[in-house]
Ligand binder design. Structure first.
Ligand SMILES: Cc1cc2nc3c(=O)[nH]c(=O)nc-3n(C[C@H](O)[C@H](O)[C@H](O)COP(=O)(O)OP(=O)(O)OC[C@H]3O[C@@H](n4cnc5c(N)ncnc54)[C@H](O)[C@@H]3O)c2cc1C
Length: 340
């Protein structure tokens, strides 16, 4: 059955052409077709580390990779805008929320196979690091520092402490835009500094267009056998360093800006005297200038407004146009649409 035919078959949930879908009806259809329950009009702030943002029209939780694929296929067939979220640690949700279906990826099955760790995309990277350590496999220690999922980490080629996903990733299982599933080797993913081909998929950057993007179902990491106590000692050191240098007691989305070539965004922001600068409840961290923290009930527009202020000030004082590392997701007002 074609997408159009299927859309027509399920048309009852959509109402008249152009009208907003009846999300309660979509939720019923979604449960019938995928077995996954979905909640209409669900606030998203608590599903993000920045703790800001409004509701999604519909939220569904994928508990395994098969459910993740089924939910995405359901949304694609109906041409519903849909957004995948891992732990929401690299994004800021708009105060007005996100239109369409938000799929929270909690698919977290994991197994160790020789020197390989195979994980579904919703496994927290820190848990992957701990499982690898317990199996006496080195290479994922840096993952302890990253409060996101395996899927989010591959998407961004997350990294820390001199390593990144690219250094240990062997392959990923992908649900492609044409609906097929494939295992792609890491060297086909264009992994670079906080970058991958997933970030540049067709349609990426708009809520509706996100539907065309590829979905990461699982990842295989190639690790190196090592003494588990030695691995644990390295992880303890990473934990200590993070506590000392990052504002971990306040909500944030990690580094707001990418480091410009040969420099550090934090250094530039600090040199502008912006540590402690506030907009509403959002504050430039006094501990790490490239972090914006939710210091006191910030709104998403406080965070965005402060980020834009920082960006303008760095451009004014240094002539450097910082690019965003975090993503602004959802219905942002027109004047703030531009994301470098
Ligand atoms: C305190 C703190 C410290 C941090 N430190 C670091 C650091 O040292 N290094 C670093 O690199 N990052 C760091 N981050 C940022 C963040 O944790 C990483 O980018 C992480 O990889 C994001 O994963 P996530 O699951 O939260 O993704 P989300 O924020 O939920 O999503 C990010 C993007 O990935 C996409 N995505 C997520 N899962 C999938 C999937 N299965 N398939 C397709 N697309 C998907 C989403 O659609 C979205 O576009 C930090 C964040 C915080 C809050």
């Amino acid at each position: 059955m074609s997408g159009d035919a299927l859309g027509a078959a399920h048309g009852a949930a959509h109402g008249a052409a152009g009208a907003a879908p009846d999300w309660a009806a979509v939720a019923r259809d979604l449960e019938r077709d995928t077995g996954v329950r979905a909640a209409p009009d669900r606030p998203l702030a608590d599903f993000t580390t920045m703790r800001v943002g409004g509701p999604a029209d519909l939220v569904a939780i994928a508990e395994d990779a098969a459910a993740l694929a089924a939910l995405v296929r359901f949304a694609r067939l109906r041409r519903l805008p849909h957004t995948i979220m891992g732990r929401g640690s690299d994004l800021v949700i708009a105060d007005t929320g996100v239109r369409g279906l938000v799929i929270l990826c909690r698919a977290d099955a994991c197994r160790v196979d020789g020197a390989r760790l195979v994980a579904e995309s919703g496994l927290p990277l820190a848990r992957a690091a701990t499982l690898a350590q317990k199996a006496g496999l080195a290479g994922l220690e840096f993952g302890l520092a990253i409060p996101g999922t395996v899927g989010g980490a591959v998407w961004a080629n997350a990294g820390a402490h001199g390593s990144d996903v690219a250094s240990v990733l062997e392959s990923v299982d992908v649900l492609r835009a044409d609906g097929t599933e494939r295992t792609d080797p890491a060297d086909s993913l264009d992994l670079a500094y906080r970058d991958s081909r997933f970030k540049h998929a067709a349609g990426e950057g708009s809520a509706a267009g996100r539907g065309a993007a590829e979905v990461i179902l699982a990842a295989t990491f190639r690790l190196v056998p090592d003494d588990d106590a030695a691995i644990k000692a390295r992880m303890d050191e990473i934990r200590r360093w993070r506590r000392e240098h990052q504002p971990l007691s306040l909500p944030s989305a990690g580094s707001v800006f990418r480091n410009p070539p040969g420099d550090s965004a934090g250094r530039l922001i600090d040199a502008c005297g912006l540590k402690g600068r506030r907009v509403g409840g959002a504050e430039v961290s006094r501990k790490h200038a490239n972090f914006i923290v939710n210091a006191a009930g910030a709104s998403a527009s406080d965070v965005r407004g402060l980020a834009e202020t920082v960006r303008a000030e760095v451009a004014r004082q240094f002539g450097t146009k910082l690019e965003y590392e975090v993503q602004f997701v959802g219905d942002w007002p027109e004047q703030t649409q531009e994301v470098a």
